[in-house]
Design a protein around this ligand. Structure first.
Ligand SMILES: [Zn+2]
Length: 435
């Protein structure tokens, strides 16, 4: 009997000590928060509380211990964090204390293993003052001045979500998507009347709904998500472009309606809060079908441009239920730039020259779409509406005028029906064609 009790106690003690080991920690700094990811050998239970003077965050991980050879990622100090300590508690818990620079609102959760990592405990630190959203009054001039078209460029994955991985060079998708997204942004910013914003500009994770919210906050006219595919069969290659399938869109509409705080201002500024549910769903469906139409049109142009860079996978734009494409009011597309699982394409995707060609193709497709159908109130719409005119002054020649507006003399002649140079006169008004 004695012996049996002793054995039982030993088993309990063992299971307490061996439940989980914390083998490493990584820190990702996002613009609005800091994320710590603890690698654990098994799923863990945990408690979190804060202490002040000085500010600290305490994480008690039940039945856990630090693994031999515990590894601290690059550096645990960042803009919110100065250090990390740990100690074993008498009850078998592992206590981790984070020294923090200011009061934070912590958010914690556990993640199941993925292709790259095992079990994880995630600790997000949101600085308390950064959670208040500033409201800036809009001045009249802001509203009246023609604005730039805004493109939200979304680099897929990031942080502890590496995305797909190449086999030959061990390339992480998250790094490729960021490189290409940054190139697309730079190219778009160079175009008059167009501006791009990135949903992430570093190696950290941004939730899918957060990406959509960022695009909406920036009043984006288009959302382009950049990815690189992987497939079991490494022979499969080529880029592809996706838009949201209709089925995905309709189920999401219900969701948007349920989240009333999100649903206002979605239908061209018409608030849905005071509408009855049936009318609201009709308004949303109308907005969605226009969005769907625009998404397809924009995606088709990007698909065509990508076809000039290399092989495209699939005969046309494809449709799927990607969550990140589900904004009911912002035309959205997802570009799979290639198969990272194909060794040749993995090599291409790492090559800066190839990245630039892909980025140019995406930019051209987007530009094409907006020049064809510029949103009202934008510079591009203004430019389309009122062609540039030039009144001929003394000494002007056609070639000089053509030079100044960067159009060809032939096109200038053709547009204004001028057969020879001596047929222009002072005071005559020329229409300058779009180059
Ligand atoms: Zn991806």
């Amino acid at each position: 009997m004695m012996r049996f009790t002793f054995l039982l106690a030993l088993i309990v003690a063992n299971s307490v000590v061996l439940a989980a080991e914390v083998s490493g920690v990584r820190v990702w700094t996002a613009p609005d928060h800091t994320r710590l990811v603890f690698d654990t050998t098994a799923p863990v239970e945990h408690k979190v509380f804060t202490l002040d003077k000085p500010d600290r965050l305490v994480i008690d991980i039940a039945s856990a211990a630090i693994a031999d050879g515990f590894h601290v990622g690059d550096d645990v100090s960042d803009k919110h964090l100065t250090g990390l300590r740990h100690a074993q508690q008498p009850d078998g818990a592992l206590r981790v204390v984070l020294d923090i620079k200011q009061t934070v609102r912590p958010k914690t959760f556990v993640l199941k293993p993925n292709a790259s990592y095992g079990h994880m405990l995630v600790v997000d630190l949101y600085p308390v003052e950064a959670t208040r959203t500033p409201r800036v009054a809009k001045s009249t001039t802001d509203i009246e001045r023609a604005r730039d078209v805004v493109v939200a460029v979304d680099a897929g994955h990031g942080g502890e979500d590496p995305g797909a991985a190449g086999k030959r060079y061990r390339t992480d998708e998250k790094l490729i998507t960021l490189e290409i997204a940054r190139r697309v942004k730079r190219l778009i910013d160079q175009q008059p009347g167009m501006r791009a914003v990135l949903t992430r500009d570093g190696d950290y994770y941004v939730g899918l709904r957060k990406r959509m919210a960022l695009a909406r906050d920036q009043r984006a006219d288009l959302f382009v998500s950049i990815h690189a595919d992987a497939f079991r069969d490494k022979r499969v290659r080529g880029s592809s472009v996706y838009v949201l399938s209709r089925r995905g869109a309709s189920s999401e509409a219900a969701r948007w309606l349920a989240e009333k705080e999100n649903a206002s201002d979605l239908v061209g500024g018409v608030s849905l809060e005071d509408k009855d549910p049936v009318l609201a769903s009709v308004l949303l469906a109308l907005s969605q079908s226009a969005t769907q139409h625009a998404s397809l049109s924009a995606a088709g142009r990007v698909y065509n441009e990508l076809g000039r860079v290399g092989k495209v996978h699939g005969r046309r734009v494809q449709q799927a239920g990607f969550l990140v494409l589900k904004s009911p009011d912002i035309p959205s597309m997802l570009v799979e730039t290639g198969f990272i699982s194909n060794p040749d394409e993995e090599r291409n995707l790492r090559d800066p020259g190839y990245q630039e060609r892909l980025a140019k193709a995406i930019m051209r497709g987007v530009q094409d779409f907006f020049e064809e159908a510029p949103p009202p109130g934008t510079l591009l719409a203004e430019r389309k509406k009122t062609p540039i005119r030039h009144t001929i002054a003394r000494g002007d020649t056609l070639s000089e005028i053509a030079d100044r507006y960067q159009v060809s003399v032939a096109l200038l002649r053709q547009t204004n029906d001028i057969r020879s140079d001596n047929l222009i006169r002072i005071g005559q008004v020329l229409v300058i064609p779009d180059s």
